[in-house]
Ligand binder design. Sequence first.
Ligand code: NAD
Ligand code: IPM
Ligand code: MN
Length: 352
Amino acid sequence: MKIAVLPGDGIGPEVTAEAVAVLECLALPGLALSEGDVGGAAYHRHGHPLPDETLTMAREADAILFGAVGDPTCDALERHLRPEQAILGLRKHLGLFANLRPARVFAGLEHLSPLRPDIAAGLDMLIVRELTGDVYFGAKGQRTNDAGEREGWDAMSYATSDVRRSAPVALSAAASSGLPLTSVDKANVLETSQLWRDVVIEVAAGYPDVALDHMYVDNAAMQVVSHPERFGVVLTGNLFGDILSDLASACVGSIGLLPSASLGERQTAFGTFGLYEPIHGSAPDIAGEGKANPMATILSAAMMLRHSFGMEAAAARIEGAVGRALADGILGGDLGGTHGTAAIGAAVRARL
Ligand code: NAD
Ligand code: IPM
Ligand code: MN
């Protein structure tokens, strides 16, 4: 069971180290980890944020554990050389079109949320974010417009096939959990969203037991913080999913708590091939200080064991240990506590 570990930039290596230590602590037989360069770290070492050898390592692995990319010293580079292109490139090259971002307030941990506890208690949603299309991957550029002004432009589009393969991921999750499905779009303004909505309705006809509704993204943002209990599974496009998942993480308590799984169609001998990463970035403001909360990455490793290796019991053990650490007051600065990255990692391992 080959795992490519790609720590990346900023707090990426700090949080990834704790997730790797959790995996080692479980001493699961058959796991083989190897590490590769990605992001700004790879650019500085090899001149490219996603070197060929890293892409090859990722392709040959059964799963990828990813930290974060992003380096302020690279922000002025041509776009194709910027660290963020590494994660976008991995998602695209590896066909990882479905991004699962579960956001849940653990029972008894409502006080970690900035929402009123009675509202926070209702937050338990799975965001299914389309990950390889939308305005992220359309043509883009800068030009001089007719008025002689500099103008930036990005083409937003979805093809029917993009929606046809993503919608079943959310519909199946809703069907198996009995939760309602909300498809989030901006069909009142965008043709991309009208196509999205039409195809979601068409695909959902094959799932008659799923309660499906549609919501505009502005309303959805408002409802997430006012009535989170209205959401079960949320299906949305790449851009809206990016924004709504950061919003949901803040409602849980911190972006340092939200894991993700990026999946495609490829099956390995052990499960579904996937890339697992926290939803947060490289956090340059706290990088190198040992302050980052590694829980999102540790929980991403749990998702990896579940989806890529069929190890449900081990995944649940990790999630239980994180929940107990939080309940015991093991809180990073992001949650108003004083525990550092290493102390949080050790506390989780002690509870495994
Ligand atoms: P960010 O998620 O890195 O940080 C946002 C805020 O949350 C910061 O104040 C940061 O300190 C805090 N934070 C994030 N993770 C934390 C953790 N684990 N523990 C405690 N605090 C945490 O977002 P940003 O500042 O907008 O972006 C920084 C860089 O990361 C940019 O280059 C961006 O492009 C990149 N980025 C990468 C990914 C990824 O690799 N998948 C995701 C998001 C952002
Ligand atoms: C995320 C990040 C990425 C995204 C960036 C770094 C390209 O914000 O994984 O949420 O927008 O998808
Ligand atoms: Mn994001």
